[in-house]
Design a protein around this ligand. Sequence first.
Ligand code: ADP
Ligand code: MG
Length: 626
Amino acid sequence: MNNSNPVSPVQEFEYKAEMKQLLDLIVHSLYTHPEIFLRELISNASDALAKVRFGALTDQTLTEGDSDLGIRITIDPEELTFVIEDNGIGMTEEELITNLGTVAKSGTLGFMQALKEQQKELDGNLIGQFGVGFYSVFMVTDEVTVETRSAKTDSEGYRWKSAGQGTYTIEKIDKPGRGTKIFFKLKEESKEFAEEYRVEHIIKKYSNFVDFPIRLGDKQVNSMTALWQRSKSELKDEEVNEFYKFIANDFQDPLDYLHVSVEGMVSFKALLFLPKEAPMDLLYRQSELENRGPQLYVKKVMIQHECRDLLPEYLRFIGGVVDTEDLSLNVSREIVQSSPVMSKIRQILTGKILGWFETLAKEQPEKFRTFYKAFGPIVKIGLNTDFTNRDKLIELLRFESTKTAEEEYVTLKEYIGRMQEDQKEIYYHSGSNRSQLLAHPNLEYFQDKGIEVLLLSDPVDVFVIPSISEYEKKPLKSIEKADIDFSAEKKAGSESLPENLLQPVLGLFREKLGDRIEDVVESHRLVTSPVTLVSGKDALDSQMERMMKMMQTEMPAGKKILEVNTAHPIIRNLSGMYMANAANPLISIVIEQLYDGALLHEGGLDSTTAFLSRMNDLIEAATLQR
Ligand code: ADP
Ligand code: MG
């Protein structure tokens, strides 16, 4: 066939800098499980086969002449050669360059470096999650050849070759059929991967559920069972766990799984999984949820790898398979999206999943805790988006409180159950962490009276909890809101300043702080602290304010109310000082310092320089020899 172009040129390409670093990381850090190279190559072949099978539903010419889809592996223990071949979708020259020459997911290199710096075990188990699986082959070989031809009509064959260093080459070749053939010579230290029993074992371990035959020599190795089609009683945990690890690219067993079989208005079967931990990319970017979802099958054929329309966003960390007979095989993505069948399935699945969480909470509290720790922040989003299931979601909420130990949780129901007799509201306090929350002056009154306060330290809380205005007729209230009724707490006159001394002190604060604050009032909530800041009735919670500031959302700075504990020695002394000499310069230093101290508790003190220099003035005054 050597006609117009007798000598096909070999073009050399250079990897982008990021790619080089990534390859270096992979080859030098991922050596702990070299066997996963095989899982990754099989998974790519299986993806390529699924693509061509799906494409052929609407364009039969794609698989014409070769419709027996599968993967073939050939090894030679003498020569140490390894060949894996598929008749899947293949790649064009351009696809070769983009798919094998660049990192597809932005940020991948960053994630991997961060992990390595944290001394996390950067072993091969993680590699599939990063979309760089192909390169794991460089753990077992020094040079790889990929020969491929796209299934598109009039495509030509190409050979891609690289030693995983700085460059790769591409040349045009004659390749009779569509698909991809990858081959290489194993390094001496990796010669085990040319042994049949070893390779068979690895395929069974990682790739048993690939739904195309994997042939090693002339033997089919994988079982290809559609587990979700079985009845629940026929499922064995061990098998189900293996299946999960395969489809989710996870190396740990799932935390729990749910089998669903529905017949009626719509019919479908599902096998869904809760991971033990939030996957890496979700940890870094919650927006990843948008494009996730279980796999969608129609009559055992995979239609979509990540089908977002099966679950509401706040549940899309759940993986697995949903298989229905109520869609036609050659549906397009758009049709899937708008199909009433899908919305019915989503509605039923959401109900089943929330019921599953509830059962876990009741029957396996330890598992539920693990789940809640990993995914609670995501599930909570549902409170603001899924109003149909809001009540169920509220029941799932868990909080630390002033009466729980760290990492122990209380539900709203439990809170109500142990509320004090005359308590009319549910109190919460939000901030960035438990110890800071517990040290806050606003908590003093509640601690003193033994009133339980929920401690909200999950950043999501400030966006969702204020939207629950009440639970079982008890209003939820932030303890920093100024209109909490402390009237029963009027302290005995002997301790507080009498009215004629009180007003001048409050006036002093008002005059000094001016329009930095909304007002200055006498406090009934403070026990050991001299002053504190609280929000006015309609103001934003200060944690919320901080979040908005972090996200650089435009908003007017909300003014706070300063509450003054007139029973506190500092305030009493200040009053005396003022009476004796209204011009004493220490007076304004003390007021500024008290105000800044209150800001510090809120996490709202911007400049520490002035704070420290005033502190030194005060120390100087305190150490003055009299
Ligand atoms: P991922 O599979 O997560 O996309 P990989 O590094 O494993 O990342 O593969 C990169 C890309 O190379 C794949 O997305 C695919 O487009 C292409 N590719 C790899 N192997 C094959 C194959 N056997 N057939 C067709 N395309 C392939
Ligand atoms: Mg892959």
